[in-house]
Design a protein around this ligand. Structure first.
Ligand code: NAD
Length: 325
């Protein structure tokens, strides 16, 4: 029998899942990717790619057959525009996906499952100011996530904990803070702030109309983590003995207005910002990386400017293609 390790990546047709498949392949894994859609921007690197709706238990059981490691990334999600509405859909779909994925991993005898949670689990009352105190893992409780998306992640975190405590399967839980990079959704309503900003700036550059719309006053703050760092964090956590939820994100805080100016500088244009009503999420959010540094002896290292330059270049090429320029 081959000793090649075997991994399942759910959500492999999505942004992080697609990149994770490539990383696992480069590390020598046999990989099965599963999603309800194919990767949009380039072919998958997976050995097997199956189109399954993972809300269904029978599909999860088929997806998890014969693998050592399960990376549970499949999720009905998007940027603020998407997750601040669609609450019932998000809660229902993601609960079904995650309940069935965990059960299927255990029943198929997988060794480990890594669940991708989110900074959206943190309580709204700790994120009321733009100059926010960075969020430590233990700040999750008393729980009060802003949206159903965060509540579902929190419930699945606890499900992972109980499965592990009862000896059913080893679990790892990562809480991502705004991951961005090339090959991520950049239009259609599910895109996140960095991708939306790159698209708006690219359109401004290519049309000559340099007015950019920004939701709210633009003084809301976030930290943003480049995809390559995210993948390194996932792999290090999966290999580690650490079992509690762990932040993976950058701890450099930036306002959305400054992110817009940074993107415009990368594109080589000057923009005018037009602030319009729109969903903004919490006022401020940042990652406290103290535990990350202790546990993994590492933290994200790719500077925001560098990540945004790579992302902007890819999105500008996408916009050019769309506009026939
Ligand atoms: P994504 O939307 O690009 O990928 C998720 C994938 O799940 C999509 O391809 C989607 O088609 C698939 N999916 C949805 N419903 C499905 C179903 N019923 N059956 C099978 N597949 C289904 O999102 P992403 O940015 O790659 O995020 C990956 C994971 O990381 C998600 O669990 C997400 O909640 C989490 N996360 C991401 C971020 C971020 O900033 N990108 C932040 C926090 C947490």
């Amino acid at each position: 029998m081959s000793s090649q390790p075997r991994a399942l990546v759910t959500g492999a047709g999505g942004f992080i899942g697609h990149h994770l498949v490539k990383r696992l392949k480069a590390e020598g894994y046999w990989v099965r990717g599963v999603d309800i859609k194919h990767s949009e921007y380039e072919p998958t690197a997976a050995d097997e790619f199956e189109i399954f709706d993972l809300r269904r238990r029978d599909n999860c059981l088929r997806a998890a057959r014969g693998v050592d490691d399960v990376y549970a990334l499949a999720s009905d999600m998007g940027g603020m525009g998407f997750i601040s509405s669609n609450h019932a859909q998000i809660l229902r779909n993601n609960l079904l996906i995650n309940l069935h994925t965990l059960e299927a991993a255990e029943m198929n005898g997988a060794k480990r499952l890594l669940f991708t949670s989110s900074a959206c689990i943190y309580p709204e009352y700790r994120q009321m100011e733009a100059e926010v105190t960075p969020l430590k893992e233990e700040d999750a409780y008393p729980a009060q996530p802003q949206d159903a998306y965060g509540w579902e992640k929190l419930v699945t975190e606890r499900l992972c904990m109980h499965y592990r405590e009862e000896g059913r399967i080893e679990t790892r839980v990562v809480r991502f803070h705004n991951i961005f990079g090339p090959l991520g959704t950049w239009d259609g309503g599910r895109e996140k702030a960095p991708a939306a900003m790159c698209r708006k700036v690219a359109i401004a550059k290519l049309t000559g109309n340099h007015e950019i719309e920004i939701w709210g006053d633009g003084e809301q703050t976030r930290s943003f983590c480049y995809i390559d760092d995210c993948l390194t964090g996932i792999r290090k956590l999966m290999e580690s003995d650490y079992r509690d939820p762990l932040n993976v994100g950058q701890d450099r805080l930036i306002t959305i207005n400054d992110l817009a100016d940074m993107t415009a500088a990368i594109a080589g244009i000057t923009i005018t910002k037009k602030h319009i009503p729109g969903p903004q999420g919490v006022r401020g959010r940042n990652s406290d990386n103290t535990r990350l540094r202790q546990v993994l002896k590492w933290e994200p290292e790719i500077p925001l400017e560098e990540g945004m330059a790579r992302t902007y270049a890819w999105i500008e090429s996408q916009v050019r293609e769309r506009m026939g320029k």
